[in-house]
Write a protein that binds this ligand. Structure first.
Ligand code: ADQ
Length: 512
């Protein structure tokens, strides 16, 4: 899959620096505990890295549930960061979080219309919770604050804030895919959601594919593209562009090197004897392609006798959203398939698939990635997939492993030197496993170096710096109507999907 050229890092973007106070809004806010263990998830790590630079306010759900219909905001300051969180009532949890966010938006954005639920009660709950959070946030906002809202839980947040009179710069980043227009229209009250995006100043997506999908949604409705990433819709102008999220590349590499000598990693290596290991790390979610992956490993073992007793799959898959019935089903299906493979190919002294539902520390995970000769990342659909990037960063430069990556992970747009596979096709994945199992060192090194170059150019610090540079930019320019031939020139969906790859900032070309 070749989606784009490697974007250049603009010279003027060195660190995420913003003029006003930075206010982050996300569904879960991991307030530091007394133990001080940092949050593990991709979004949390990324936001922490932004706030480390700037300080600021982080606002959202505490993760707790209470009986109150209007839970109070609690604040706590740690270092430069003020955390402001409130609980959800049981009704909010049911309608907003387990309901509309995770049973409607999540499946539809991941192209699983078969699993999507359409409940008007859940939809109303979603907008009600957004309005309540917006009221609470509006009371804390200062006029010069820059607000950065994250992910699908809070798409209507800017619209709610605007109706409360907030004129701040507000940006939004979607961590999950945005689907093609025909799939997106399956969203209940689709246009209400689409319209919510127009209240932002900058709308960021993971890949140019998501941007193209979003733009085609707008073009078919109340909007048009005015070039250089700018959209005009529902009476507002805003920037819609791709800002692929990264990881803390250098720090992760060092962490993996240190973890190599940890007790758990050493014990795992000893337990494999002379054998090698493939690793898969995913939340246990139906989007991650786990049943297909187990089928593929089974097909690979069937066709590669030399791998028997020599290659073990370690699948780490912490359970998630267990309250949603579809997650219970996928958990049972994966366990059953792994049992079948182990029964079929296992020996008294060898278990083909080791299966762990635990959450590990980031350091342990980095050490396990490093000792695995293959990273197997085969989601059916994924906004980015940070595991793919972490696996690459964790490798030893002298003896790097091979990344097998789904063409439907956002990361495939950047990590073109991985072995790219169709995650629905077990034979295709099995073929890639065979190729990776036998791949010579020189080819492994070449592929790894190419991927590391990408990760170094687009770390999580670069990601946030680029987004905040766009968000802190000049106010929205006056509308300059385009001539018909200019409009025709915008048919290419990837046109300016990365506006930050050009310098100077694109909006200066519009004159205002
Ligand atoms: P996720 O769907 O959670 O993220 P991913 O991008 O792979 O998927 O991030 C998972 C993170 O959790 C990684 O940093 C990984 O190391 C960590 N993790 C997973 N299993 C773990 C375990 N057992 N123990 C400890 N840590 C574990 C959403 C979107 C993605 C997008 C990210 C960031 O669905 O597409 O890449 O947000 O934008």
């Amino acid at each position: 899959m070749s989606c784009l050229e490697l974007p250049k890092k603009p010279a003027q973007v060195d660190a995420a620096q913003v003029a006003g106070r930075l206010v982050i809004v996300s569904n879960r806010v991991p307030v530091p505990t007394a133990a001080g263990e940092p949050a593990a998830g991709g979004l949390a790590v990324a936001v922490n890295s932004v706030l480390k630079e700037n300080g600021g306010l982080w606002f959202g759900w505490s993760g707790g549930v209470c009986e109150d219909a209007e839970p109070m905001v609690r604040t706590q300051t740690v270092g430069l960061v003020q955390y402001a969180v409130s609980d959800l009532s049981r009704r909010d949890l049911d309608e907003y979080y387990h309901g509309f966010a995770n049973r409607t938006l999540w499946p539809i954005c991941h192209y699983r219309l078969d699993l999507a639920e359409h409940s008007h009660r859940h939809e109303e709950g979603y907008y009600r919770v957004n309005e309540r959070f917006a009221r609470q946030l509006a009371e804390m906002l200062r006029p010069t604050d820059i607000v950065w809202v994250h992910d699908y839980h809070f798409i209507p947040m800017a619209d709610c804030l605007r109706r409360l009179g907030c004129a701040n710069r507000i940006g939004f980043f979607l961590h999950i895919p945005w689907p093609s227009a025909d799939v997106a229209t399956a969203l209940p009250n689709y246009e209400r959601i689409l319209k919510s995006f127009a209240a932002y100043d900058v709308v960021g997506f993971q890949t140019p594919v998501d941007v193209a999908n979003f733009r085609s949604c707008l073009s078919g409705k109340a909007g048009r593209m005015i070039g250089a990433g700018w959209c005009e819709a529902y009476g507002r102008h805003f920037l819609a562009a791709a800002f692929p999220i990264g990881i803390e590349t250098e720090a992760y590499q060092q962490q993996a090197q240190i973890a190599e000598t940890s007790l758990l990693v050493k014990r795992t290596r000893t337990s494999l004897g002379s054998g090698r290991m493939v690793i898969g790390v995913d939340r246990l979610d139906y989007t991650k392609g786990l049943p297909q992956r187990i089928d593929a490993f089974s097909a690979f073992l069937r066709e590669t006798p030399s791998a028997l007793k020599n290659l073990t799959l370690l699948q780490i898959a912490p359970k998630t959203r267990s309250e949603v019935p579809e997650y219970g089903r996928i958990q049972r299906e994966v366990a059953k398939k792994i049992g079948a493979v182990n029964g079929k190919f296992g020996e008294i002294d060898w278990t083909p698939v080791r299966y762990v539902n635990k959450t590990l520390s980031r350091t342990m995970l980095a050490g396990l990635y490093r000792m695995a000769c293959i990273g197997l990342v085969t989601p059916l659909r994924d906004g980015m997939n940070l595991v793919a990037k972490e696996y690459v960063a964790a490798q030893s430069p002298q003896d790097p492993g091979v990344l097998i990556l789904s063409r439907f992970a956002g990361a495939a747009c950047e990590l073109e030197s991985a072995l790219i596979v169709n995650p629905y096709d077990a034979e295709d994945i099995a073929g890639a496993l065979k190729r990776a199992f036998h791949m010579p060192l020189a080819e492994r090194k070449d592929r790894w170096r190419a991927m590391m170059d990408v990760l170094r150019l687009n770390s999580v610090e670069d990601w946030s710096a680029r987004f905040l540079a766009a968000l802190s930019g000049d106010p929205v320019p006056a509308l300059v109507p385009l001539e018909p031939e200019e409009k025709a020139g915008m048919a290419d969906p990837y046109d300016s999907a990365y506006p930050w790859s050009d310098a100077p900032p694109l909006w200066t070309s519009y004159g205002h």
